[in-house]
Design a protein around this ligand. Structure first.
Ligand code: NAD
Length: 372
């Protein structure tokens, strides 16, 4: 059982609180040092050491007051937010109706997301409760696009197998046969900031680009991308990479039907959100050979797995375990964003978002309503 699943007891809260106070560290130093009072007290959820490091470093120019909680924000842990006027959350924090109503009852006025995606927030309820939601719309699209390209090379040239073989003095290259990316057709689903960077990279490899989006991106058009409807993209692409947000309209956009429309042996890459793919359908596609390669940085049930060291536990998610067992599947645990550049950018934008709210300004990064 993870911390977030457990019904927290009072000692649990006390322990978390004490540990968190120890973690506040430099965030408190100079709290009143700039001669102005700090109004926003921010509870930071799902924090790892790297979050604290980058937020504390960026805070030297702001002097916000942070209390860092390692716990994921759920209905079971939301009471930790009592006494705070703002919370800072990450992608697997649950900001559903129950949690939002509790936050509102504690007087929380601001949710500062450390992410671009906001599919984990019930925006309608947040609006009804008068809670402002801000996010980091762009931190490093290069980070995610480059990771997607990394997954492609890893799968195509079977680098994960090659690495292990050479370490064991097995220098055979049998089974490592790949294909040239040059000349391949790459379908980019979602040609926003990350999709555009990804298209640039694949263009550099000499790939033909197909795009599907509700809006055409002029940069992508300039590099020769041809916008097509989804059925044509599915049928014509050797590699399909997903870069659109998770919305009701895109939930399970990759399903048994769409997989059936793909080229046999297609490579499917998802660095966007897990629930864009119906995992059971993907497993069937891998077993039948319709999907030749699957590279994912996100998984629809990742909330109970990713970002934690579970290496000494028996993983109960059989779907995930089955997925792991295939030789043509590479999974990374939501690390596409994880570059120094991205973390610096996330920290500085998050802090400036909080400062703008605190100053009563309209924040450009406010999430207004359900996305288009
Ligand atoms: P963006 O808003 O710049 O681009 C998203 C694009 O998707 C837009 O062009 C939009 O028009 C398009 N889109 C919306 N609905 C669509 C639909 N139904 N079909 C096709 N396209 C549609 O966002 P971005 O910065 O490029 O990020 C894309 C996604 O990447 C985010 O939503 C997030 O889920 C994911 N992401 C993942 C990581 C990671 O670490 N793995 C990090 C950051 C972002």
């Amino acid at each position: 059982m993870t911390l977030s699943d457990a019904e927290p007891s009072r000692p649990y809260f006390l322990a978390l609180l004490l540990r968190s106070i120890a973690h506040v560290g430099l965030a408190h130093v100079g709290f009143f040092g700039l001669g102005r009072e700090v109004f926003m007290k921010v509870a930071v959820f799902s924090t790892k050491r790297y979050d604290q490091r980058f937020l504390n470093a960026a805070n030297s120019s702001y002097q916000h007051e942070f209390v860092f909680f390692e716990a994921r924000l759920t209905a079971a842990t939301v009471a930790l937010a009592k006494g705070f006027s703002a919370i800072c959350a990450f992608i697997n924090d649950q900001l559903d109706e129950t949690v939002l109503r509790s936050l509102a009852s504690y007087g929380v006025q601001l949710i500062a997301l450390r992410s671009a995606g906001f599919n984990n927030v019930d925006l309608a309820i947040a609006q009804e409760l008068g809670i402002t939601v801000v996010r980091v719309p762009a931190y490093s699209p290069y980070a995610v696009a480059e990771h997607a390209a990394g997954l492609i090379l890893m799968l195509n040239r079977k680098l994960y197998r090659a690495y292990n073989r050479v370490r064991e003095d097995n220098f055979s290259i049998n089974g490592l046969l790949g294909f040239d990316l040059h000349g391949c057709t790459v379908g980019v689903v979602g040609t926003g900031k990350i999709g555009e960077c990804f298209a640039h990279i694949m263009h550099g490899f000499g790939c033909q680009l197909l795009g599907y989006d509700l809006y055409q991106n002029s940069e992508c058009l300039e590099m020769g991308m041809r916008y097509v409807e989804m059925p044509e993209l599915l049928a014509s692409s050797d590699i399909i990479s997903l870069h659109c947000p998770l919305l009701p309209a895109t939930h399970h956009m990759i399903n048994a039907d769409s997989i059936q429309q793909m080229k046999p042996g297609v490579m499917l890459i998802n660095t966007s959100r897990g629930a864009l793919i119906n995992t059971r359908a993907a497993i069937d596609g891998i077993k039948s050979g319709q999907i030749g390669y699957l590279g994912i940085d996100v998984y629809e049930e990742e909330a109970n797995l990713f970002f934690e060291d579970l290496s000494d536990q028996v993983i109960q998610d059989e779907t995930f375990q089955l997925l792991q067992s295939f030789p043509n599947v590479v999974i990374t645990a939501h690390q596409a964003f994880f570059t120094r550049n991205a973390l610096e950018s996330i920290a500085s934008t998050t802090l400036s978002n909080i400062a703008e709210f605190e100053a009563g300004k309209v924040c450009d990064n406010q999430v207004q309503s359900a996305p288009r």
